[in-house]
Ligand binder design. Structure first.
Ligand code: 5AD
Ligand code: SF4
Length: 482
């Protein structure tokens, strides 16, 4: 299961896109952190394509280097700092190269970046990407440029993203930005601002465009997708001030999901991330109703102890979470479930830790992302609670949690032996060029011999073997979806 623990150092990625004719400048852009950052980088590449930039995967030949950053844990920030050192080394050889920091670290550190990291020319927060052309002008004229203003209504709904590093099969489509939950450990509400939803029409247009280009799967993205609410624009928290008309015609997440699924019955629809308190039965019934909405829910619970959940300002208890799991299992049998857990939150006792393990036992998640608590400056937890769990204890608890998850993952992959699953082929298997790799609707990775199939095909695969994280099988024919 170790590989399922997110390691930001593995997430950096240089990205390419088709060169636009006439563009002469070269952009090297890499992204760290969550899927939202990867999606945002596609918006940035689109804005900069209009400014004369094509992307390159060669750092050394770049005129502009952008790094889209993550602040969620200290380790994520350390990774970015190491990358900045690398850019600095290249800049010594190529002094004309400009460096910009985007995303959450830009928002968190603001101007401090320019002082601390002398190599940075530009600091741009997650809501300020449309200002990039102006900021670049400043930089070209030799001035440092900063825009970290958070917006009430920016969703980039009017920008058609340039798909980067794409396999032409799966795409990310962002539907909300920001988060209003204020979990006490989390820096996101400070770096990405208040929650707002994107116009459903622009979402439908984007998905239609992807379908036309041959994409087979979209993931609707947001920090808290179930909280999606479109009522004509503006912040979610201002919905109470909306007019009667706006309230009557508002679009909820389950409605959006149904619209997307109905418009593209041949496309797989996924979504992430869900928050227990906002997930409605409507969403579950919509998932059950449409075959093309994948039966898979990423449902972080963070801790199995109600006392810790309260300290985290999570809006659910252990019991409420379990009830929601029961509901999911009742409405969507065989739903793939995944989690996020933080271990070693301040004041966490051995008993709290056992509560986390027993909740995992109750649910038996397919997979998960497990982290040691990392104190983030400015958050409520950092201000109010001492980071009092020794590193050794955090480590031991994390190992126990990861081991439990590995057992549960193996339980699920073993249960699939002998079954036939539908797989959307995404790419060649990393371990063998004679095998394809794809996922089943529950989000499990499946590998099988290539035969005459090709990426983008929906194939029925009989599972003959497995590891704890992967199903191994043989194709028995095309799915009727193909
Ligand atoms: N320390 C450790 N993990 C964190 N996460 C968010 N903030 C922190 C933090 N300060 C984890 C949560 C969240 C996931 C994206 O990252 O589990 O769901
Ligand atoms: Fe952070 Fe909580 Fe919002 Fe997730 S729901 S982004 S953990 S504040």
């Amino acid at each position: 299961m170790e590989e399922k623990v997110i390691d930001e150092t593995k997430q950096g990625q240089s990205l390419t896109l088709e060169a636009r004719k006439g563009n002469t400048r070269k952009l090297f852009i890499e992204s760290y952190g969550c899927q939202m950052n990867f999606s945002d980088s596609e918006i940035v590449a689109s804005i900069l394509a209009n400014e004369g930039f094509n992307t390159t995967t060669q750092l050394e030949e770049a005129d502009l280097v952008l790094v889209n950053t993550c602040s969620i844990r200290d380790k994520a920030e350390q990774t970015v700092r190491k990358r900045l050192e690398k850019y600095n080394a290249v800049k010594r050889i190529n002094p004309g190269m400009k460096v910009g920091v985007l995303g959450c670290m830009a928002e968190r550190l603001k101007e401090k970046f320019l002082d601390e990291e002398k190599i940075v020319d530009m600091v741009v927060g997650p809501d300020a990407y449309k200002d990039l052309p102006n900021l670049l002008k400043e930089v070209d004229e030799g001035r440092d440029a900063v825009n970290v203003i958070l917006s009430r209504d920016e969703t980039y709904g009017d920008i058609s993203p340039v798909r980067l590093g794409t396999n032409g099969i799966n795409a990310l489509v962002s539907i909300t930005r920001g988060c209003d939950n204020m979990c006490t450990f989390c820096v996101v509400p400070f770096t990405r601002g208040r929650e707002r939803s994107r116009d459903p029409l622009s979402i439908l247009n984007e998905v239609a465009d992807l379908a036309k280009k041959g994409f087979k799967e979209v993931t609707l993205l947001g920090q808290n997708v179930d909280s999606y609410l479109w009522y004509g624009g503006g912040l979610k928290k201002d919905f109470k001030k909306a007019s009667e008309m706006e309230k009557a015609t508002a679009t909820s997440f389950s409605q959006l999901l149904a619209m997307v699924a109905e418009a593209h019955p041949k496309m797989r629809i996924r979504f992430s991330t869900s928050n227990p308190q906002d997930m409605t039965e409507d969403v579950l019934h919509t998932m059950a109703k449409y075959d093309n909405i994948c039966n898979s829910i990423h449902l972080p619970f963070q801790s199995g102890s109600t006392r810790i959940l309260k300290e985290m300002n999570r809006q659910h208890t252990r019991e409420e979470y379990m009830q929601l799991i029961d509901k999911i299992n009742e409405i969507i049998p065989e739903c793939g479930l995944s989690q996020d857990i933080i271990t070693g939150f301040p004041t966490e006792t051995e008993e709290d830790h056992q509560d986390t393990l027993s909740l995992m036992e109750y649910v038996k998640f397919n997979f998960g992302f497990m982290f040691k608590y990392s104190e983030r400056p400015g958050t409520m937890a950092a201000r109010k609670l001492e980071d009092d769990i020794p590193e050794e204890i955090k480590k031991r608890r994390l190992t126990e949690i990861v081991d439990a998850q590995q057992r549960h993952s193996a339980y699920h992959t073993n249960r699939s032996l002998g079954k036939v699953v539908e797989v959307l082929i995404e790419r060649e298997s990393k371990k063998s060029n004679a095998h394809w790799s794809g996922r089943n609707p529950q989000n499990l990775v499946v590998v099988f011999p290539k035969e005459d199939y090709k990426p983008g095909d929906f194939v029925m695969v009989k599972v003959t073997d497995c590891t704890s994280a992967t199903l191994i099988g043989e194709a028995i024919g095309y799915s009727e979806n193909n």
